[in-house]
Design a protein around this ligand. Structure first.
Ligand code: PAF
Length: 270
């Protein structure tokens, strides 16, 4: 592992004509990130891991302040992996003097759920990912399915920027009780962590009910269940037929909720 805070220095040390994998992260690495990194290492000659908490994708400045950061531990987790270059930029190395996001239009799928609840969030994500794609011109880039809307947005961004760039969506990695791995899980108290384990049960209940009941009935059941769990408030629960928005024929259930003050999202294929 080699660590760079300047993208120019990192670029100088990349070998020529090698396949490059990129794993963009905001740090506080967990097993979900490590599974993306392991896959990238298997599929590429060199792998760049960026660790950068991107300010422009936080619509809530308190959330940005609270976002867990632990670079020392992240580097410890990566230290024994060969052929990885870790990019830990300052704001100015990526944004220069202009810490702003561009405006994008990614269509209707980006205006629902996360797009609706977190105004400007996807503009911030697309801005930083576009910068990383343009700087490092990777062959493959790896993102988790937990952030499913983000994954679709990045696929469409990549298609526009460089059709040869392969965006790889990777399965959500879960804790023993099914909670989707997320850096935000570190912010949960013991009691909140217990309640958070119920989120996947709601999604699985929706999956079970999907073949026999309509959306209204499933939604009522989810509402009823969530109200019985201490400390959780539902932001949204949706069952989406993706074929209505994008070129994927699949139904998925999506959920966002607050466990105490920690906002968690998850989704599963139905
Ligand atoms: O999913 C994330 O961690 C972030 O949104 C990303 C893709 C690294 C962009 O900052």
């Amino acid at each position: 592992m080699r660590v760079y805070s300047s993208h120019k220095e990192l670029l100088k040390s990349l070998g020529n004509n090698k396949s490059i994998g990129l794993v963009p992260t905001m740090g506080s690495l967990h097993k979900g990130h490590l599974s993306l990194i392991q896959r990238a290492v298997r599929e590429n000659k060199e792998v760049i891991i960026s660790i950068y908490v991107n300010p422009t994708q936080f619509n809530d400045k308190e959330d940005l302040k609270k976002y867990p950061r632990n670079l020392d531990n992240d580097l410890k987790l990566l230290k024994d992996i060969n052929n990885v270059l870790v990019y830990t930029p300052s704001d100015s190395d990526l944004y220069g003097q202009d810490e702003k996001s561009k405006k994008y239009n990614f269509g209707d799928f980006m205006n629902i759920m996360e797009g609706k609840q977190r105004p400007d969030h996807f503009d911030g994500v697309a801005t930083i990912v576009e910068k990383l794609f343009k700087i490092f011109t990777p062959d493959n880039a790896y993102f988790g399915e937990k952030d499913f809307q983000q994954l679709i947005l990045i696929k469409s961004l990549a298609e526009k920027l460089n059709p040869d760039l392969n965006v790889v969506g990777c399965k959500t990695i879960r804790e023993k009780d099914g909670l989707a791995m997320s850096s935000r899980n570190k912010l949960l108290s013991k009691k909140e962590r217990e309640s958070a384990g119920e989120i996947i049960k709601l999604l699985l209940k929706a999956k079970e009910m999907n073949s026999s009941f309509n959306y209204r009935k499933i939604k009522n059941e989810v509402d009823r269940h969530i109200n019985s769990i201490e400390g959780i408030t539902l932001e949204y629960f949706e069952i989406i037929d993706l074929s209505k928005f994008i070129n994927i024929s699949e139904k998925r259930a999506f959920i966002a909720c607050k466990v105490g003050n920690v906002r968690l999202i998850d989704n599963i294929s139905l």
